[in-house]
Ligand binder design. Structure first.
Ligand SMILES: Nc1ncnc2c1ncn2[C@@H]1O[C@H](COP(=O)(O)OP(=O)(O)OP(=O)(O)O)[C@@H](O)[C@H]1O
Ligand SMILES: [Mg+2]
Length: 278
């Protein structure tokens, strides 16, 4: 795998995106991810009931929806951790369900997921947690010095440059969360799915994660899908918002379009949350 980093350093505290830096929402590109008619039930409970969603290459799409509506399930369907009962997932033109195990393994490397709860290896230092995936992948290539450099970059990007030697038990919840993000971005996936990346973080670290997501797109053309209840984050960095409701995408559009929507379902979610936040 080529190194897509170059020599720049990502400054996680840089300015928020200008409108001109958001990806062109009218771009008629072939989607990076194409989901069509995704259904998933657990026992009698139909969680996903025909989700259609395209995620464009290089865009930041935020998925909103009430707690329990199936957002995490949908992300897991995209990564192949959960198999849909029906429907198609295409990643960069390839049907996930038709791939061989080997092709699936290669494809998986191109998609990274930041889980809602960052499960770290408790017996390994922070740096070794972040290096783990690189070492596993790196059997055929990545030199130890390159691993060390990549780990330092990833920890620096989430503001934990000094914490590599700590053990997970020594971390706060917010720090664990950021190690989870570092571990995922260290692998340089083309698509990153973030499940609640800022929950439990203080405003400075939330904003740092938001800036990082935006910069990964600007500098490395990473495609991002964010699940969050953090509307401030969603409004600030997303190109588009999608709203999951009753198992389907009930609304999708640019931030401005969705914010201007008069659809009662959209209003309830946005204004209800805004009232809670405000
Ligand atoms: N492995 C599973 N087995 C059974 N039910 C599940 C499983 N995973 C999820 N569910 C159910 O699917 C529904 C959607 O769960 P999901 O975790 O996707 O919600 P969510 O939208 O991510 O909520 P939150 O915002 O609280 O994280 C819930 O009712 C949950 O209980
Ligand atoms: Mg969830």
């Amino acid at each position: 795998m080529g190194d897509r980093e170059g020599s720049h350093s990502i400054d996680p505290m840089s300015e928020p995106l200008d409108e001109s830096e958001r990806s062109d929402p009218s771009a008629d590109a072939v989607p990076m991810l194409h989901l069509q008619g995704i259904w998933k039930s657990f026992g009698p409970k139909e969680v996903l009931r025909g989700v259609d969603l395209d995620v464009r290459r290089g865009e930041i799409l935020t998925l909103l929806g009430a707690s329990g509506c199936g957002k995490s399930v949908l992300l897991k369907v995209i990564t192949g951790l959960i198999t849909a009962d029906r429907g198609e997932v295409l990643f960069d033109h390839a049907h996930l369900e038709k791939l061989s195990d080997r092709e699936m393994a290669l494809m998986r490397r191109r998609i990274g997921m930041v889980f809602q709860s960052a499960a770290l290896f408790d017996s390994m230092t922070v740096a070794d947690n972040v290096a783990y995936g690189l070492r596993v992948q790196g059997r055929r290539g990545m030199k130890p010095e390159a691993v060390t450099e990549r780990v330092a970059w990833a920890l620096g990007a989430v503001g934990l440059g000094d914490s590599g030697a700590l053990m997970p038990a020594e971390l706060s919840g917010g720090m664990r969360k950021r190690v989870g993000v570092a571990r995922t971005i260290a692998l340089r996936p083309e698509v990153v799915l973030y499940d609640e990346p800022t929950t439990g973080l203080d405003p400075i670290n939330s904003s740092r994660i938001g800036d990082l997501i935006a910069e990964l797109r600007q500098k490395l053309d990473v495609t991002s899908v964010i699940v969050t209840h953090d509307l401030a984050l969603a409004y600030r960095i997303s190109d588009r918002l999608a709203l999951l409701h009753e198992g389907r995408v009930a609304a999708i559009g640019t931030v401005a379009e969705v914010m201007a929507s008069t659809d009662p379902v959209v209003r309830e979610l946005l204004d209800g949350r805004a009232a809670e936040l405000g």
